[in-house]
Design a protein around this ligand. Sequence first.
Ligand SMILES: Cc1cc2nc3c(=O)[nH]c(=O)nc-3n(C[C@H](O)[C@H](O)[C@H](O)COP(=O)(O)O)c2cc1C
Ligand SMILES: CC(C)CC(=O)C(=O)O
Length: 366
Amino acid sequence: MTQILTAADYRNPAQRLVEPDVWDFIEGGAEDERTVAANLRAFDRVRLRPRVLAGVSEVDTAVSLFGRDYATPIGVAPTAYQRLIDADGEVATAKGAGAAGALFVVAMFASRTIEDIAAASSSGLWLQLYWLRRRDVLQSMAERAEAAGYDAIMLTVDVPRMGRRWRDVRNGFTIGGDVAAVNIEAGVMAAAHERDEGSSAVARHTAATFDPGLVWSDLAWLRGRTRLPLVLKGILTAEDATLAVAHGADAIVVSNHGGRQLDGAVASLDALAEVVGAVGGAIPVLLDGGVRRGADALAALALGAHMVLLGRPPLWGLAAGGAEGVAGVLRATTDELAHAMALAGRASLADLDRTVVRNQPTGGDA
Ligand SMILES: Cc1cc2nc3c(=O)[nH]c(=O)nc-3n(C[C@H](O)[C@H](O)[C@H](O)COP(=O)(O)O)c2cc1C
Ligand SMILES: CC(C)CC(=O)C(=O)O
């Protein structure tokens, strides 16, 4: 067996351990998966400008957000239904993230309760929501998150409808077994469990329950129902970043949903500079999509991200090794980040700026 040294080393063991249709759900993206590939390629194009004789005997990856200190700026992005790949699901992920001192964003469609996850966590938690037609569900989940000590609400804004994920359509992908989005009343989730060959139950469920009519002014409704900071996930343009700030977002996440929504959308890293420029330091900007190693995190942080989130890699860790695997993925990437910082001559995250990166992304693969 290959020695596990990097986050990517968890991928093959994970694939061997999960059902093929679940693997396709995790790994897959929208349509021809061009944006999935672009997210990775954007990081491969980065070249770093190391400085020397910079005094790097102590390298510090610590960061704070919304009043909480983290050991690492690399956190766990929200991913639904984690019991599909581990019996303990999100409780194991919370333990792993806590062991690594990392943020864990719990998905609205988590398969463990908001409260059980909080009880297992020793680090910061946020709760991710989609805007359902049933606003009462949003309100009650936001209230529960606040009561359970979560630090923020993350509203995902890039799913007015679900991307066409052909792998899931071909597999007739359905949320099966005893896995369910347990924080939501069963009636709202029924379509996610109804199998229909040649169609994705998750896509049918989204079409039935998400509100595609949502506009910027609707955000005030959610703002008025929680005291928690509101983070918008799924911003890729300067125009929307400006609107997010104007509508009172407390942070935004530059994200194309891991290439699972608009196929052909710009790679996250390529969108970062324009978003950071438009935000102008008013609120923190985070990034997810294609971060696989410490040097990727270094590049995103240098280009203005306050934190980066990993979507698929913690799921590889979870599948291959439960809580230990999640912690392993986060520790490996954080250790790589610290190593890259030392070799780049930047001892703390405050030392990271655009001068770390030579070929600043120009906004495309061209
Ligand atoms: C299996 C899976 C499930 C996901 N579920 C959600 C979700 O419920 N809510 C959400 O906002 N994003 C969801 N995402 C998107 C991630 O939060 C994140 O944006 C993306 O995975 C980051 O890209 P990466 O996988 O390349 O790191 C999901 C992604 C995957 C792979
Ligand atoms: C079940 C889905 C709505 C979760 C999701 O956002 C995704 O699969 O990308």
